[in-house]
Design a protein around this ligand. Structure first.
Ligand code: GLU
Length: 307
């Protein structure tokens, strides 16, 4: 069992990311597996070294220590992404897409409600027209997807089915500015790092079918990943917690709670992992850990004690 913590350093960790990393860590460690850390900075313009520094510092002070000696940074992986892209191109599965703008955010993990289905416009641009456009325009590369249902068996959300052609459409592998997409980077890195279990927010559940499809294309011998998509922590208005909200960053939380143990106790109680908010450590939370408390939940309201 190899799990991963895969934060994007476009900001520091907030309580939602802490919860993801905590569950990923507990799931791997409670199964006597390894947990690896990967910094998902593929979209380098959105990422900052100062955020990487605080993420590493915060994970360590929470006790979420990783097992890989060398942290994998996606910005150092361009050659591996090039190779994967060439393999897909060689198999005739990619085509240039000249549609503007829509692809610009494709290197970020899309969040729920942001998905749109690509109509396949540029799939039908062929022959001379394609060549002429390629010479004169910048283009993204899209992967042709089949009209097929993909079923994900999720340890928390149950069975999730998506028809790639109808519910997703041909998706971006490389953006027109040359940056590889989140989907490609994640799949290549999960394969390279021998990841077997993915634990992350339920907003990324709809990416799992695309990622499984891509995974099989890049390595037909790879076993499907096991997935656990955890509920999102929302504010009392049902909105996602925003990274810019300082109160839910690690430093702000520790100012409030005083100790890591008190913060973890509150989080464990609020999310149903523990029946009381007694201060605790990640090591103690390993005892009797299972996904059961999270079963079927899409969201949990984040509240500070006494709220
Ligand atoms: N880097 C993504 C995030 O921070 C997680 C991607 C993943 O787990 O596949 O939201």
């Amino acid at each position: 069992m190899v799990g991963r913590m895969a934060p994007t350093p476009s900001a520091g960790l907030h309580i939602g990311n802490i919860f993801s990393c905590l569950i990923a860590w507990l799931a791997a460690k409670s199964a006597a597996g390894r947990i690896i850390l990967r910094i998902e900075d593929v979209d380098r313009e959105r990422c900052r070294q100062e955020h990487i520094d605080t993420i590493l510092f915060d994970l360590e002070r929470l006790g979420l220590v990783w097992d890989n000696e060398e942290i994998l940074y996606q910005t150092s992986r361009t050659e591996a992404y090039d190779r994967a892209c060439d393999a897909l191109k060689g198999a005739g599965l990619l085509y240039p897409c000249f549609c503007s703008r829509a692809d610009l955010h494709a290197a970020s993990a899309p969040h729920r409600g942001e998905r749109f289905v690509y109509a396949g416009t540029c799939r039908h641009v062929t022959g001379e027209e394609r060549e002429t456009l390629c010479r004169s325009r910048r283009f993204a590369l899209r992967l042709e997807v089949p009209d097929e249902n993909f079923i994900i068996q999720d340890a928390i959300q149950g069975s999730f089915t998506q028809n790639l052609a109808h519910e997703c459409g041909d998706f971006i592998i490389r953006r027109s500015d040359g940056i590889y997409s989140y989907q490609l980077a994640v799949v290549v890195d999960d394969l390279a790092q021998g990841v077997t279990q993915v634990v992350r927010g339920v907003d990324l559940l709809e990416c799992a079918p695309q990622q499984e499809y891509l995974r099989k294309l890049l390595d037909p011998t790879a076993k499907p990943l096991s997935y656990a998509h955890i509920p999102l922590l929302l504010d009392e208005n049902g909105r996602r917690l925003a990274k810019r909200d300082r109160d839910i960053g690690v430093s702000g939380l520790l100012e409030h709670f005083g100790t890591v143990e008190r913060l973890l106790g509150h989080l464990a109680h609020l999310t149903g992992l523990r029946s009381t908010a007694e201060p605790t450590t990640v090591q103690e939370l390993l005892d009797g850990f299972s996904f059961e408390a999270l079963q079927g939940k899409q969201s949990i309201t984040w509240k500070m004690p006494g709220e």
